[in-house]
Structures are given as C-alpha cells and as structure tokens.
Design a protein around this ligand. Structure first.
Ligand SMILES: Cc1cc2nc3c(=O)[nH]c(=O)nc-3n(C[C@H](O)[C@H](O)[C@H](O)COP(=O)(O)O)c2cc1C
Length: 355
C-alpha cells in the first residue's frame, strides 16, 4: 500500500536523485536498488498495454516496499490515412532489404498486424494498482486523466523541453516538471511543436526556474557532484540520472550493448528518428545513418512498431549496428556496480562537495 504524499514532502525525505525511467533498460531490480539508496526509483512502462504494465508494477512491488514512480509515454495516435499506409509499405520493404543486405533475415509486420495502445488504459491500470507517483513524457495528460489521477492522490511529473511546455504543464495542474536538457539520453519529451526545441540544459533550466512555480527535477548530462551542484544552484530541487546507470548491475542492457557503450566517442552520440519516429539521443550506427537520410520514417508509434522485430533480431545476433542504444552527451566511465552503490557514492560526493 503506497500512501498519499506531496512532492515536496517526498523530496525532503529522500536523496534528491531520481533514477531515470528508461524503457527497455530499467528493470524492477533497478527501481528497487534506487529506492534502497533512498532515491526515487522510476519504473518505465513506455507504451505497454494495461496488462503488461500491471505485471511490471507487481514485479516491482515484490522487490520494494518504498514508493516508486511509474512512467508512461503520453502519445497521440496519428490517423491511419491512405498516405500513411503507402509510406508504411515502402518503409517496410526498404528496411527488410537493408536488413537482408546486412545478414539479418526479418519479416516486418504489415500495418494491419500492428497493435497500438492508448496511454489512457495505462492510467487506469496505474490507478487500480494505486501507484502514487506518475511521470510522463511525449505530451501532457488529458484533463480527464489528470482529474482521475489527482482524485487517487497521485503526484504528477510531466516532462518538458522548452519554457512553453513547462508553462503548459504548470497551467494544467501538473505537480512537478522534469526539465529535459538537450544533452539527455533517450527520447526527447518535446510536445508543443513539430520542430523540437534544441535548448541546452543550462539555458533551459535557468529560464524555466525563473518563470515556473512548481518544483523542478532536472535531467540531462548529470553524472557527478559538480554537475548536480550546478543545476541545484539554477533552481532544480532534484536531478534525474539515466546514462549514469546504463551499465549498472541491474540495467537491462545486453553484454554487447554494454561493450559498445564503453567504447562510444562523443561524435557518435546523435539524435535520431530512425528507430521510433520520434527524436531520441543514442549511438550512431548503420541503421541510423541509412534511415535518417531516407524518406522511410513514419510517425511514432508506427516507426517504433515497424522496427521492433528488427531490433529484436539484432539483439539476438549481438549486432550493435541495428540496435538502438540510447545514451546522453555526458560520457562517464559507465560503472558496473549496483545502482544502489552508484547512487550512494553520488550522494556521498555531493555531501563532500558541500562541506
Ligand atoms: C536508455 C534510455 C531510455 C530512456 N527511456 C525513457 C522513458 O522510458 N521515459 C522517460 O520519461 N525518459 C526516458 N529516458 C530519458 C531519461 O528519463 C532522462 O531524461 C535522461 O536519461 C537524462 O539524461 P542523461 O541520460 O544524460 O542522464 C531514457 C533515457 C535513456 C538513456
């Protein structure tokens, strides 16, 4: 049973570090390990259906008695038009051929075989499971969902990448915002305009903290005590760290992905729409270079669903050239220690810096 709380009370009780939700990488074990370091663990549910979301929540509840956040993709489903259908078929054959030339035999799904879920079914699952903190990205929740969640006493954390998005979330009654700097690994949370805002973390955080009155969690490029102190001075109540935990014991990354990560150079970390149809920061490879320079990118979630089988087979083949490995711009030494140890060390370093 998770109890009702407000964000300020929660952050005062915890170390001001949030383990970033990382769909595909975060495991229930990682969430529990973050909680063990007295930080806020976040369970990434992405765009899973209600049933799978509940499964993940139950697994996590078995491993920790402390409150954790759940995280979802608040995405709108584009209408299936004749044009989308045609583009889908062209993208499907292009990607299948590209895979074959690169020794990956894969048949991608037809458009009518694809199942997409609305985030509202996850909202209902989250309420049924009485989760008390929900963070979200890719958009703002609709009014009905906000009301339902608030009646359940759920703290809402929305992601923004511009001042306009921050103000939109605040106006809608969201309790706290996660300000995502340009440096951050993974998908951009942008939602206000088609052209994503390209604002560096420091500029964004300074501007938003001057104009917004709800608590701020800052995400993007935080990997040590110095970077923590810098953004705390700029108005962040807490930080959210993702890349720092990618190689941790509890990370869901495969060994070949961990090896690739450890060798990454700064000029290989790019933004790409190739895997999912939304911009995400990760490691450049044959797939990103080919598809980003092509006409074969469908809107999210269709590109994501189209490429899922290819990503799966690439993982089985340990082929980092066709796997999406998300990482932010701050390359650290990617510790193999447990999430608990990495976060406790981080907390200790912050204390030492403040002495
Ligand atoms: C592998 C990976 C997956 C991610 N998946 C999600 C996700 O499911 N939901 C979300 O809100 N943010 C996601 N993010 C973004 C993180 O929550 C956070 O904004 C980012 O990691 C912070 O930047 P950093 O990587 O420099 O620490 C992901 C990031 C990474 C690296």
């Amino acid at each position: 049973m998770q109890h009702s709380i407000n964000f300020k009370q929660l952050i005062n009780k915890l170390n001001p570090i949030v383990q970033a939700p990382m769909f595909g990488v975060t495991t229930p074990e990682m969430v529990a390990a973050a909680n063990k370091a007295n930080c806020l663990g976040s369970l990434a549910l992405g765009d899973l259906n209600a049933e799978k979301s509940i499964e993940e929540i139950l697994k996590t509840k078995k491993l920790t008695n402390d409150t954790f956040a759940v995280n979802i993709f608040v995405h709108q489903l584009p209408k299936i038009t004749k044009e989308l259908e045609e583009k889908y078929n062209l993208s499907k054959s292009f990607i299948e051929q590209l895979a074959q030339v690169n020794q990956l035999d894969v048949v991608l799904p037809k458009l009518e075989e694809i199942k997409v879920n609305s985030y509202q079914e996850q909202v209902d699952a989250i309420i049924d499971e009485d989760c008390k903190i929900l963070s979200f990205t890719f958009g703002n929740l609709d009014e009905v969902s906000i009301q339902k969640l608030k009646s359940n006493g759920t703290i809402l954390i929305g992601t923004c990448t511009s001042l306009e998005e921050a103000l939109t979330l605040e106006k809608a009654g969201i309790d706290c915002i996660c300000v995502q700097g340009w440096e951050a690994g993974g998908h951009r949370g942008s939602f206000v305009s088609e052209n994503i805002p390209e604002i560096g973390g420091l500029s964004l955080l300074a501007k938003i903290s001057e104009q917004v009155n709800i608590p701020i969690i800052y995400a993007g490029g935080i990997y040590n005590a110095k970077t923590f102190v810098a953004v705390q001075k700029l108005g962040a109540s807490a930080v959210q760290v993702g890349s720092l935990l990618l190689n941790s014991k509890e990370s869901g990354l495969h060994d070949f992905e961990r090896e690739r990560l450890k060798q990454v150079n700064e000029d290989e970390i790019i933004l790409t729409k190739s895997f999912s149809g939304r911009y995400a920061r990760g490691i450049k490879n044959i797939f990103t270079s080919t598809i980003d320079n092509s006409d074969y990118i469908l809107p999210y979630p269709y590109q994501n669903k189209l490429t899922a089988a290819l990503r799966k087979i690439a993982k089985q083949n340990k082929n980092a050239d066709f796997t999406n490995i998300w990482v932010g711009q701050s390359i650290s030494h990617f510790s193999e220690k447990s999430t608990t140890d990495i976060l406790l060390q981080f907390v200790e370093d912050i204390k030492l810096m403040k002495l």
